[in-house]
Design a protein around this ligand. Sequence first.
Ligand code: MN
Length: 245
Amino acid sequence: MKHTMPELPYALEALAPKMSRETLEYHYGKHLQTYVDNLNKLIVGTPYEAQPLDEIVRHADGGIFNNAAQTWNHTFFFRMLTPEQPAMPASLAERLARDFGSVEAFREQFTKAALGLFGSGWVWLVVDKQGRLSIVAKPNAGNPLTDGLRPVLTLDVWEHAYYIDYRNRRADFIAAWWELVDWRKVADRCIPRRWRCKSCDYVYDPAKGDPETGIAPGTFFEDIPETWTCPICGLYKSEFIPLDE
Ligand code: MN
């Protein structure tokens, strides 16, 4: 499987001045491109050649892990940004208040983790199988998928993420990044939704999973393998639609 560059949901200059066009040209256009190219070269002739990106991240090590995880991490990082920040959905604010005390306490803890991460790495907001949110800091290419956690939001604190715009001032970069986070996408990723089979009206409930086919309770629909089919009528996963609640 050949891995490709993700499309950005905004123009290269759209995040300026918080994140300049030049930063995007290097960070997205050169750093990420290099990870994608290296991954495609390294997997040739290995079992990883046939696997989707998240499976490689979960199981590989060494250079294949580093380049696969950096591809996954950057794709996710860029996709969670927006030039027009929406208000935080109340459902997300409630979740953050439940697990961190308040939205402000969450921001403080996340910022502290990002400032305190020595050297290169990533800070993550993750949700576990019980639906609980927590903050995880990972050095280098680290990704919480390897711990069975679902990424909800990530911040790249490698120097290449901020050196053009902020030089050594990581704190200023973090402050600007907070204003680019797409809170709607964050809410979508941390609150599991139910999905309905278009053909037979079976509803996949993430709280129950589908234990008969090995899908554990607590599994988000989005995290079910693409090979999974409707347990009632056999329709493909891609034919399910989310229930708006
Ligand atoms: Mn980066």
